[in-house]
Design a protein around this ligand. Structure first.
Ligand code: A2P
Length: 324
């Protein structure tokens, strides 16, 4: 097991989050048991922060992996930081708590450390959660007032079902809408958004830092979504500039892009179910990028959004129309 404890980021509500977590979103279909084994291996390697969601379809296995490592004495529940998410079809205020209860039941845990609104956009409840990739099934937009949903998030925190609450995929105006709520009790501790050198989120990061909101970067390795291939988007991990910086530090490109984020105060949740790569992705605390290298990496920004949910661009709360 790693002897290096993960650096903790303080959250505005007094809790803290390990700056590096394991993303658990994997393209299905899943091999049964694969996620359980990955989570168990990750805990052995030293991961304590897990990012999951009901909609990912493997939250039950994430819970099983965590519980197995608690049962065998490797970790205690309080050592683990688990993030769950309210999916779009559960965004209406009457369903938010149900979403959390479903996640707790699926995980078989008593509480989650962080529960976040997955997207600012609501959809009419439907049996299948995931949005179909083509137009074969109709999805119905529901224009939910997410401030009302936020009040329910607050009550879930007060009920002890969740330690911290936050949001994901909110632009700065949507964050501001929450921050300006007259009856706000707890502000979002984080905004989880896509973030990597090709989409460095510089402005949103500054906005979040000014408001004591942690920016959690998803797809920090540029993801391996088939979208990238079909759209011929440049592949982040093939970037020659990043590769060269890595060679100088005897680190891989993946380690350089993860180090870049933690060095600028962004929490990261790279996904890997491969123990070798999981281990590699944690070996980022034993080197430092120079100010000049940080600048060079900042200069690679191309505003390439790999996860853009193009099928929802007509949604009134679609977050990516604004610059940030
Ligand atoms: P795998 O699970 O086989 O390791 P992101 O977190 O940006 O969504 O990227 C996840 C993708 O990157 C997964 O396909 C994962 O594959 C792959 N990946 C994870 N860690 C590394 C690494 N260190 N080097 C190269 N690819 C990686």
């Amino acid at each position: 097991m790693s002897s290096v404890p993960d650096r903790l980021v303080p959250l505005s509500d007094g809790n803290s989050m390990p700056i590096l977590g394991l993303g658990t979103y994997a393209m299905g279909p899943f091999v049964k048991g694969e996620t359980v084994e990955a989570v168990k291996a990750a805990i052995e390697i030293g991961y304590r922060h897990f990012d999951g969601a009901l909609v990912y379809g493997n939250e039950d296995e994430v819970g099983e992996g965590i519980r197995a490592k608690i049962a065998d004495g490797t970790v205690k529940r309080e050592d683990i930081f688990y993030t769950g998410k309210v999916w779009m079809t559960y965004l209406s205020p009457s369903l938010v708590r149900k979403a959390l209860e479903k996640t707790l039941k699926t995980l078989q845990l008593d509480y989650v450390d962080l529960f976040i609104i997955h997207w600012p956009m609501g959809l009419k409840p439907r049996e299948k959660l995931w949005i179909p990739k083509d137009a074969s099934e109709k999805i119905v937009i529901e224009d939910v007032d997410f401030c009302e949903s936020w009040l329910v998030m607050e009550s879930c925190k007060d009920a002890g079902l969740v330690r911290s609450i936050g949001v994901s995929n909110f632009n700065h105006k949507q964050l501001e809408t929450i921050l300006k709520m007259p009856n706000l009790k707890y502000k979002p501790v984080c905004n989880q958004v896509e973030c990597h050198p090709y989409l460095n989120q510089d402005k949103l990061l500054k906005y979040c830092q000014c408001n004591n909101i942690v920016l959690v970067g998803y797809s920090p390795l540029g993801t391996n979504s088939p979208n990238n291939v079909s759209r011929k988007s440049p592949i982040l991990l093939n970037d020659p500039v990043l590769k060269k910086i890595g060679e100088k530090h005897r680190k891989t490109t993946a380690q350089v892009v993860l180090r870049y984020q933690v060095q600028r105060g962004v929490a990261v949740i790279p996904k890997s179910f491969n123990p070798g790569r999981m281990k590699q992705n944690r070996e980022i605390f034993d080197f430092q990028l120079s100010d000049e290298e940080m600048e060079v990496i900042n200069g690679l920004n191309k505003n390439i959004r790999y996860i853009d949910l193009k099928m929802l661009t007509d949604h009134p709360k679609y977050p990516f129309r604004d610059e940030y």
